[in-house]
Design a protein around this ligand. Structure first.
Ligand SMILES: [Zn+2]
Length: 206
């Protein structure tokens, strides 16, 4: 199941158990076949996590300071399609929405939500699942136009609260080094902010 990554020059690989984000023009696919036919038989949790990632990418990508009118248009259309597909039970529209999100965020960036999520990914939480809470609190922090609708999507998909094993202070130190996601965030973020947001996530305060 695609998350839109097939439209980008990004690739995530695990090195010694830690996920690392790589970027190279050579990662851009020559051909991508996008068809909901290939979703058949995909476990429900994978579909749910993937579409959550696509929603996070579309909305964080829209808010990114690296965006422009073109990427904003792609991200906005992507989220509109995904929101309608999730709320009205039309999973066959997930691949199209995800593809548009890839074109949008792939030419801009993701932001605070993705930065926060790596604290959980490094503890083995699936990427899309960690974004359910991380992107919601990031949208609240950024006063994003997508905050309410993103929260609706998360509630509809029924994600459980996240658990963080590492101390909040230690996790925040790691997140603060993630300039690739924090620099394009629409608002400046301090370590204090990150600690507060992590605390909100584990307390379920969305
Ligand atoms: Zn992602």
């Amino acid at each position: 199941m695609a998350t839109g990554a097939e439209m980008t020059t990004y690739c995530v690989l695990k090195f010694e158990g830690k996920k690392k984000l790589l970027q190279d023009e050579r990662f851009l696919a020559d051909v991508a076949v996008i068809d909901s036919y290939f979703m058949d038989g995909t476990p429900e949790a994978i579909v749910k996590n993937s579409v959550c990632d696509a929603c996070a990418q579309a909305t964080e990508g829209y808010d990114s300071k690296r965006g422009n009118e073109f990427t904003k248009m792609m991200c906005k259309s992507a989220f509109d399609i995904l929101y309608d597909a999730i709320m009205n039970n039309k999973p066959e529209n997930y691949p199209f929405g995800s593809m548009l999100s890839g074109i949008g965020f792939g030419n801009a960036s993701t932001t605070l939500g993705h930065a926060l999520s790596y604290a959980f990914s490094n503890e083995g939480v699936p990427h899309g699942y960690s974004l359910s809470s991380c992107t919601t609190v990031a949208h609240r922090f950024n006063k994003s136009i997508f905050y309410d609708k993103f929260k609706e999507v998360i509630e509809k998909l029924k994600f459980d609260k996240l658990v963080l094993k590492a101390p909040v202070d230690q996790a925040a130190d790691v997140i603060m080094t993630d300039k690739g996601h924090l620099d394009p965030n629409p608002l400046p973020v301090t370590k204090q902010d990150v600690m507060q947001l992590l605390q909100d996530i584990v307390n379920g305060k969305m």
